[in-house]
Design a protein around this ligand. Sequence first.
Ligand code: FAD
Ligand code: SIN
Length: 546
Amino acid sequence: MEHKTDFLVIGSGIAGLTFALKVAEFGNVTIVTKKEVVESSTNHAQGGIASVFDDIDSFDLHIQDTLEAGDDICNHDVVKMVVKDGPERIKELINLGVKFNLKNQAENSTDSPDFDLGREGGHSRNRIIHAHDMTGKEVERVLVEQARKNENISLFENHMAIDLITCSTRIKRGSVITDQEDFCCGAYVLDRKSNVVKTFSSKITLLATGGSGKVYLYTSNPDIATGDGIAMGYRAGTKVANLEFVQFHPTCLYHPEAKNFLISEAVRGEGGILINTSGNRFMEKYDPKKELACRDVVARAIDTELKKSGDDSVFLDISHKKPDFVKQRFPNIYQRCLEFGIDITKDPIPVVPAAHYMCGGVVTDMSGRTDIQRLYAIGETAFTGLHGANRLASNSLLEALVYAETASNQAVIDLKKLNDKEIPESPRWDESGTTNSDEGIMVSHDWDEIRHLMWNYVGIVRSDKRLSRAKRRIDNIQEEINRYYWDFKITPDLIELRNIALVAELIIKCAEHRKESRGLHYTIEYPEKNDKLWKKDTFLRRPLVG
Ligand code: FAD
Ligand code: SIN
């Protein structure tokens, strides 16, 4: 079954939906998303969106904080662009209907909104625009509502992209063919309800598939975060970069029944302190900014404390604040913790670090273009150069908004150039020779093994020995998955397994390559930063076969 579209958008988080709404005026848009439309990291975002709105703040300060968090390897032009474009993009969200918290809810002006600005780690000023502690839910609600009512947008839920399709054009100089150029012409997509693999052919394709936290055993990420965009991009031949920089959020709820629940950094921003089992505050030993140091510092400090004490968790305590304030500022966290028997207005919250954000990804330019023609990537799946070795809190939703703008502008220009061209016919999915699998158990064993080994060997603190052990095991698992992949009919679990295995391999390769410690990458053999040799990004590209 073939679908043809001008713009194919893969993913329905903040990145995909914002891009789709912007290009819909210029062509027809198809969004494919692998589960229900709202299933995304965006929908779980708590703290908010960083941007400069306060008189005592400035672009320069936000730029400086972003560069400092990134530990000297951010792309300065990108940082400037994203920071300076922020306020415009936030106003756009308000115009679409997003409701952020204001100092005085009654006086709501779009031109100069008086936001209730929160604080998070690494920020020198209060600059986090938020909707209580459910910012992402509010943004996603409005974007989905707008996308659903847009006549130029078709939304395919429960449609999972398997792989990108590339086609070639011959480049002529006069009448002589001098070269051949690959371009992206769509994607193969599994309809999860009918189990049919469909071909979506497009003029422009956008990867907006989000992060890859599920590569790790413990993560703040929802189940959709299996690194599909990075894996699809890499297999198609794009460059990927900086995958060693996996951000571990310091404070995820530690409770046997709580799956992936984050305790926002905004709790520390409002005065929450970190204590150990004996009730002692420990962050001052590690950084003068204490609980509001950058995430890499706080996560490593907790890791060290836990290794020293042998305890299962540390605690985040906000019980010294007025109960009404806590309930009103953090209604979601309050409610969720209460379900597990923790009243955060009285009790300290047990927390541990967990994989949270992928700073690396598919390499793009400042317009979201990858190095494959007609293929764009934005949001968490992309590597733009903004985050360097560590992302500053709440810069991720901001990055997605700004790149939805620059990428949509460029994509519309590209579309206009292609308007006289037919959408190319793509080859159909070939599943001849495959049978239904009777070995589903192998898929779930491999999933578990990868997530355990990444947590144990490629976590917050790394070493050469642990990385090479992880690499050997991943190589074996990859071999098994490849055999399995070509012999059996495709399933959603198998698609994700293949992707997390590849992303795990790429994280390990990047980590093995960087022989220093910088930002989120800390390795025992090279505990210092080495600017002379390593003040640069790590790039990988799939070796050409044949
Ligand atoms: P997502 O929002 O994750 O969307 C990805 C989409 O792609 C989903 O719809 C998914 O189903 C779809 N998809 C994936 N693979 C496929 C496939 N193969 N085929 C089809 N569809 C696919 N950042 C901030 O700036 N501020 C915050 O306060 C904040 N809080 C956070 C709290 C939590 C708990 C988490 C997990 C993250 C938080 N982040 C925050 C990070 C931020 O939410 C994400 O980086 C951002 O939302 C990513 O947006 P995205 O559109 O790139 O991806
Ligand atoms: C949080 O609310 O702590 C998450 C913020 C982020 O990931 O940027």
